[in-house]
Structure formats: structure tokens, C-alpha cells
Design a protein around this ligand. Structure first.
Ligand code: NAP
Length: 351
């Protein structure tokens, strides 16, 4: 069923309205295109698309803003085989299916590059884009994901999805019986190297220093695993292969500068991950890594700002967890809007 649009009481929806806009978001002549919604979803990965689908089902007047083609990390993943109902599906195909599913429920998906999210004193959010549009809504779901840190060496991008990966759970099963490498020395590298021994015959962990920063318990498990060999004091300088995929890594010794080659058909890079939270212009609760803390409704410490997917503090980051977060967030937004409306009418509500 395609949802018909129901304007949120008390708000004027659609183009060419002239609501109050913070002075710091207006241009010199004060003219910016302003559009009003009940919900703004920032980011068009699996979490954003799922939130848009649920918002459509909930008959909310919602807009999804995505700077590129919808799909997020799905577009950087060749095959997905851990999404229920799809034993083996191309990442881009799943992205298209999620996009058309959201659209079937009336999702308004726009190609817009968001530059700031600001909450006003009246509880409305001003979401400004590089095109000069200001989107206004009383609720925002931020699903902007995160970015794995890249090594930045020749061949890394060329072989991404063909041997080079940033997600062991997503791609580990493609390396059954093979010899692979893991780069990094933090918790993620050490933990994921262990995980990858379920599939790979041999896992080399390449670290640029002679000690890990990973927690001791994770290190102990790694050192006890006979399939893992640590290569200390080496940095990956180049990734090479054939059109079929990655074949080897060029390593440089951090102390002597000596160059060696390591044969490996997979290279998992875990040298940090940065949640994309820079759009939020006021303080919000986060952990030491910058991941957003939410409550069980997915609401952040900023009332009306919800977060779903990879930028949220959680145990694991999968497509399935992203859509789970988004489902909760979209349904929680409906309740938040109803409560806000009830309060505006002066009726006391229990929270
Ligand atoms: P991290 O702790 O920042 O570690 C990054 C690792 O990558 C470090 O060993 C660093 O080397 C190395 N590195 C950075 N840049 C590099 C480069 N250009 N070339 C080669 N190596 C490079 O990142 P993380 O492991 O992703 O963890 C992030 C956060 O998530 C941490 O707070 C971590 O505790 C948490 N986490 C926890 C768990 C868990 O508890 N099970 C699992 C995953 C992540 P140096 O050591 O030389 O700087």
C-alpha cells in the first residue's frame, strides 16, 4: 500500500512556506528554500531506507536525504549472504530492492548533501544542505554510517570487494581455505583475525609496531590460535593482483625499510573506523570512539534526534542490526511526535 500524505497538525508542509529560520542559516538576502516535514532521515544506507519504509507505512510526512545513490555500504560490498531471506545477493541488488521497497510505501528520497543539523529552542530541527535548502522537522533520524579508515596504498581501492575488505563478518566466508592478511593492532584487528580463522587456512596479522594496543584477553586468544601468525614491524605499501582479485602485499619493515612480498588472496584492514557524526552541531552523548549513545528507542541525548546503524554504540554493526535500529527508531518517532503534539495541546502525557 502506498501511503497518502498526511500533514502533521500544527505544521505547514510542502514548499514555499516562510517559517522561522535561525539567523545563522539564512543567506545574505534571507532567502532560502525551506521545506517542512514531520521527519527527516539523513543517510540512505540500509538503516535510512528501512526508516523511510517504516515512516511511509506510518503515514508520516518524511524525507530521506542522501548525497549519492541510496545503498550506503551495500554498494561497497560485492556479495551479501547473511541477510535473512537472501542466501546470496549482490550488495547493489539488495540496495535497489530496499530503495524500491521504501519508494513503494511513499518514501520521498532526495539527492542532497547535508551540511548541518541544528536543533532550535522550539524543538524543531533545521537540516541544511549544500544546495541551499533548509529542511525543517520536529524529528530527525541520523543514519549517516561511518567510514573505515583506509590504508591509502596503491591497489587498495582497486581490489576493494575483490580481496580487500573492511568487514570480517560480511566477507570472511568468501575466503574458505585461503591465506589472508589482517592489518592493524587494535581490538578490531585482533578480534576479527580470530574470527577469520573459521574460514581461512592461514591468517597473517600485520602490525606496524612490535606490540598490540588490543586488550590482553583478545591478544591471548590470538596468540593461542595455531592458524594465526603475527608479522611485527611491517607496513603494507602496495596491494597487487590479477583481474580476478588480490594476490599479494608488498610490505616494508618499519625499522629497516626492507621490502618483502607476502602472498595473500584477502586483506582485511582494521585500522580504525570513524562514525559520521560531524553534521550534528551541538553536544551529544557518545563513547570514547565517537559512537552515538542512544536509549532503547534509538533516541540520542538530543530530544527528537534519533540514530540508527553503524554510527551508534553497539556490539556489532551488520545490515541486519542497522535495519533493526531503524525499525525501532521510525516507530519511536511516531510516538515522539504524538507526545509532542499532545504536549503542545497542553495535555499531560506519561512518558
Ligand atoms: P584502534 O584501537 O584505533 O586501533 C587501530 C590500529 O590500527 C592500531 O593498532 C594502529 O596502530 C593501527 N593503525 C592505524 N593507522 C594505521 C596505518 N596507517 N597503518 C597501519 N596500521 C595503522 O581501532 P579499532 O581496533 O578499530 O578499535 C576502535 C575502538 O573500538 C576501540 O576503542 C576499541 O577498543 C573498540 N573495539 C572494541 C572491540 C571489543 O572490545 N571486542 C572490538 C572492536 C573494536 P598503532 O597501535 O601503532 O597506533
Amino acid at each position: 500500500m502506498t501511503g497518502t500524505r498526511r500533514p502533521f497538525p500544527g505544521l505547514r508542509c510542502g514548499k514555499s512556506v516562510a517559517p522561522y529560520i535561525s539567523p545563522n542559516l539564512t543567506t545574505g538576502n534571507g532567502m532560502r528554500n525551506v521545506e517542512v516535514f514531520e521527519l527527516i532521515i539523513v543517510g540512505g544506507g540500509p538503516a535510512g531506507l528501512c526508516a523511510a519504509m517504516y515512516a511511509g507505512r506510518g503515514m508520516l510526512k518524511a524525507v530521506l536525504l542522501e548525497r549519492g545513490v541510496p545503498g550506503g555500504e551495500l554498494l561497497n560490498t560485492e556479495w551479501i549472504d547473511d541477510y535473512p531471506g537472501f542466501e546470496h545477493v549482490l550488495g547493489r541488488e539488495l540496495a535497489q530492492k530496499m530503495t524500491s521497497h521504501a519508494a513503494a510505501f511513499g518514501a520521498d528520497i532526495r539527492q542532497e548533501n547535508v551540511e548541518a543539523i541544528v536543533r532550535r529552542d522550539d524543538g524543531m530541527f533545521e537540516v541544511s544542505t549544500t544546495r541551499g535548502t533548509i529542511y525543517l522537522a520536529p524529528a530527525v533520524i541520523l543514519t549517516a554510517g561511518g567510514t573505515p579508515t583506509k590504508l591509502g596504498v596503491p591497489g587498495e581501492l582497486e581490489y576493494a570487494g575483490r580481496g580487500v575488505s573492511y568487514c570480517a563478518v560480511c566477507d570472511g566466508a568468501f575466503f574458505k581455505g585461503e591465506t589472508i592478511a589482517v592489518v592493524g593492532g587494535g581490538d578490531a584487528a585482533v578480534e576479527e583475525a580470530e574470527y577469520l580463522t573459521r574460514y581461512a587456512e592461514k591468517v597473517y596479522v600485520i602490525h606496524r609496531r612490535d606490540e598490540f594496543r588490543a586488550s590482553k584477553i583478545l591478544q591471548e586468544r590470538l596468540f593461542a590460535n595455531p592458524k594465526i601468525e603475527v608479522i611485527w614491524n611491517k607496513q603494507v605499501r602496495e596491494m597487487t593482483g590479477t583481474p580476478a582479485g588480490l594476490q599479494s602485499l608488498l610490505l616494508e619493515d618499519s625499522l629497516t625499510g626492507e621490502l618483502t612480498t607476502l602472498a595473500a588472496t584477502g586483506c582485511f584492514v582494521f585500522i580504525g573506523f570513524r562514525p559520521n557524526t560531524g553534521l550534528v552541531k551541538e553536544h551529544f552523548a557518545h563513547d570514547a570512539g565517537g559512537y552515538i549513545v542512544t536509549d532503547d528507542r534509538m533516541m540520542t541525548s538530543i530530544p527528537g534526534l534519533f540514530a540508527a546503524g553503524d554510527l551508534r554504540v553497539q556490539l556489532t554493526r551488520q545490515v541486519t542490526t542497522a535495519v533493526g535500529d531503524a525499525t525501532t527508531a521510525a516507530i519511536a518517532v511516531e510516538k515522539y511526535l504524538k507526545d509532542r503534539q499532545t504536549r503542545a495541546l497542553g495535555v499531560k502525557v506519561g512518558v
